[in-house]
Design a protein around this ligand. Structure first.
Ligand code: NAG
Ligand code: NAG
Length: 357
């Protein structure tokens, strides 16, 4: 019922409300920032954050086709004043990493770089095996299109030494004798190639050199010509070169059958005698005129020539002993042992004694 009482509750109520508001606003008073500012060509990396208390840091990432300018900051911090720190534009258009060139490499100072704004130039140096062509600039420029200018061939392939001639052969240069090219070797007819068939101009210890030494062209020779029975070679030589020929002749009393000459030809890079060998056959006339006589189970034979030279007496004596075989030709001779046929010279020059079969 006292008038002081009714006024008291409202006072208390206001105080209570104020305390409540104070309690509610206390976190805000500790400080927070709004969403991070917009920066051209970049996006903040929020990582699903929704509140940004004082001292929190947000980093930006450049958009596709843009690269961070080296030395420029890419993050903002929420200050005590509940404001974000200042961040200036830090992304710019850039060319890609400069192209790798077959003949040149980027100078070291540019190799670690990834920011190449429009108008930027990068310098190259020649790779080993290439030499500088001073009439062309050894650099590329990042164009408005964010593309590099087209590289001219400012480093040219180095040249290997002029290959010397190949004795008894040819060196063929297909295109040129610059780095990467190949030369081929061939030998003249009658010569065999011993060694490499080609050689490349390659890089070795920063120099350009031929990969293989010149081969040798060695003369292709034939072996000694084959021997033939009852004959031989008219003129023997120390060696028989490709294309040379030899002529056979027969021993006295033998006739040559077939081609008298053979030629040194080439087969599979080896010397080979051509054709078939001639044969020396005992002259039929001589055989037919041979006269044999059986005597003490042996057969004595003379050629007509020998008979002429025999003293007439001796001949008569022989003829008396036994009936003499006047040889009519081959059938008779075939009865004789082989040795007689194989040694006709003896047979011809003096009486030969042969056992009858
Ligand atoms: C923010 O960082 C500063 C310096 O490190 C420090 O003095 C201050 O108390 C920090 N403030 C908050 C709200 O963490
Ligand atoms: C971006 O690159 C262009 C061309 O090099 C330059 O003019 C411009 O100043 C650069 N922008 C910034 C923010 O550095």
């Amino acid at each position: 019922m006292s008038p002081a009482f009714p006024s008291a509750p409202p006072t208390l109520g206001l105080l209570g409300l104020f305390s409540l508001l104070l309690l509610l606003y206390l976190p805000a008073a500790q400080g927070a920032c709004n969403i991070p500012p917009e920066i051209p060509n970049a996006k903040p990396e929020l990582n699903s954050l929704t509140s940004f208390p004082v001292n929190s840091t947000i980093t930006y990432k450049c958009n596709e086709g843009f690269v961070k300018i080296p030395g420029k900051s890419d993050s903002v911090v929420c200050l005590q004043s509940n404001k974000w720190s200042k961040l200036s534009e830090f992304c710019n258009r850039t060319c890609n990493v400069p192209p790798s060139l077959r003949f040149a490499s980027l100078k070291k100072q540019f190799s670690k770089q990834n920011y190449f704004p429009v108008g930027f130039t990068v310098q190259y140096e020649c790779r080993p095996g290439y030499k500088r062509d001073n009439s062309l600039p050894a650099k590329l420029t990042c164009l408005q299109t964010s593309m590099w200018s087209n590289p001219s061939e400012f480093c040219k392939r180095k040249s290997c030494s002029t290959p010397p001639d190949l004795l008894h052969g040819q060196v063929s240069v297909t295109s040129d004798i610059l780095l990467g090219s190949t030369i081929t070797f061939t030998c003249n007819e009658g010569y065999r190639l011993v060694g490499a068939h080609d050689s490349q101009c390659i890089l070795m210890d920063k120099n350009v050199v031929w990969s293989d030494p010149h081969p040798e062209c060695t003369e292709i020779l034939c072996h000694e010509p084959p021997k033939i029975a009852h004959g031989g070679i008219k003129e023997t030589q120390d060696s028989y070169k490709y294309g040379s020929s030899v002529t056979y002749i027969c021993s006295e009393g033998f006739s040559l059958i077939g081609e008298k000459s053979i030629h040194c030809t080439i087969k599979d890079e080896q010397g080979e005698w051509s054709g078939t060998l001639p044969e020396c056959k005992e002259e039929a006339s001589l055989l037919d005129k041979r006269i044999c006589h059986q005597w003490q189970k042996k057969l004595l034979c003379w050629s007509q020539q020998q008979l002429k030279n025999q003293p007439q007496q001796m001949l008569q004596q022989l003829m008396l002993q036994q009936p003499m075989f006047h040889q009519q030709g081959r059938p008779m001779l075939q009865k004789l042992q082989q040795p007689m046929l194989q040694q006709p010279m003896l047979y011809q020059q003096r009486p030969v004694t042969l056992k009858l079969q």
